[in-house]
Design a binder for this molecule. Structure first.
Ligand code: NAP
Length: 334
């Protein structure tokens, strides 16, 4: 029997890689997309003809109930979120409503329809926030530091409550930063890959950066969506911390990305203290041993291979005109 998977946030980075994985596994993939975001369906690229799109306002509980009733999915992946953390300070309530509200409405729909649908909630390492110990695992205390993280934590607990009270097969992955050529340019990895590509092609000279000592646990999105899928194939619904377990600094990120195209980063980086982030974390690093033990999950793509792929893809895009430095590279300085 063909399995049906519903995906919110299908037009995002993870939505793309997850849909690709599910289609390869023979799933029918249906993206739940709000009517006002239809223009962004263009981001699906070559997947547009392979997935189905169901128009539904994620803020409308009845519409979501109807969607679950009609589509009768075996699996739901709830990925939709305004995912750029600094933006959550500009609209804390909107962030809360989309992240927590959508999770709650979908879980309630699954409960009301009474199917044995398996549910994945996209949780985030940001929920650990102001950490007291490193690395973090599934037992680490949550100390969120921004509205995005607080909303994710609320959604996370709502998922746990639905599992405990109603017996739903509901899981969440507490995912650390994961990147790909599909990352939007406001994220630091893509900002750097785009700059390295632009400078290599002679379209820019320098790149403004904030704190080069900031550190992250960065992995490849394709590896992380495999973890989501594995969680829903497990015997028991549980939480999993998903990351590489390795902290890398922004300086290493810049150095590896520039080096991959034969550039010396020190000749091109300009420090701009206005770009320093107030809610920066330095010790957010995963202990993914539970995922390795229970799911057999391990990251397969190295940091170096990831960055090389991102820079090369940006070079190709700039050369073939699918992006322009003027539109994508607003953060670059000539
Ligand atoms: P992304 O590329 O930013 O994609 C976000 C998706 O959510 C897009 O499909 C976007 O639609 C949709 N969305 C945003 N605001 C919306 C709104 N107001 N109404 C309806 N849809 C909205 O994010 P991602 O990197 O794929 O991440 C997927 C999920 O994992 C997110 O929940 C994110 O918070 C979480 N997460 C990501 C990371 C990471 O490092 N990538 C780490 C931990 C957790 P449009 O295309 O229309 O904008």
């Amino acid at each position: 029997m063909t399995k049906t998977a519903l995906v919110t946030g299908i037009t995002g980075q993870d939505g793309y890689y997850l849909s690709h994985l599910l289609l390869n596994q023979g799933y029918r993939v249906v993206g739940l997309v709000s009517p006002h975001r239809q223009p962004n369906l263009a981001k699906l690229g070559n997947l547009a003809t392979q997935v189905e799109i169901y128009n539904v306002d994620l803020r409308d509980p009845l519409a979501l109930l109807n969607a679950v009733e009609q589509l009768r999915p075996q699996e739901i992946y709830n990925l939709a979120a305004p995912s750029f953390v600094p933006d959550s300070w500009k609209d804390p309530l909107g962030t809360l409503d989309l992240i927590t509200g959508t999770a709650t409405r979908l879980l309630d729909a699954v409960r009301q329809v009474g199917l044995s649908t398996r549910f994945y909630q996209a949780s985030s390492s940001e929920m650990f926030g102001d950490v007291l110990s490193s690395p973090q695992d599934e037992e680490t205390t949550f100390r969120p530091k921004n509205p995005y993280a607080a909303a994710k934590l609320h959604a996370h607990w709502t998922m746990v409550h639905h599992r405990q009270r109603y017996g739903l097969f509901a899981c969440s992955g507490i995912l650390y930063n994961h990147e790909s050529p599909l990352r939007p340019p406001q994220f630091v990895t893509r900002k750097v890959s785009l700059a390295a590509a632009s400078i290599k092609l002679g379209l820019a000279e320098t790149l403004e950066m904030g704190n080069l000592d900031a550190k992250r646990d960065w992995g490849f999105a394709g590896d992380y969506v495999r973890a989501m899928w594995l969680m829903l194939q497990a015997n028991e619904p549980e939480e999993y911390v998903i990351g590489t377990g390795k902290l890398r600094s922004v300086k290493e990120l810049v150095s590896i990305a520039f080096d991959s195209v034969g550039l010396n980063w020190e000749n091109h980086i300009v420090i701009n203290t206005n770009l320093l982030r107030q809610d920066e974390h330095f010790q957010l690093v995963a202990n993914p041993s539970k995922a390795k033990k229970n799911l057999g999950w391990e990251p397969e793509v190295s940091f170096e291979a990831l960055l090389e792929k991102m820079v090369q893809t940006d070079i190709e895009r700039l050369q073939n005109g699918s992006i322009s430095q003027a539109t994508e590279g607003k953060l670059l300085v000539d």
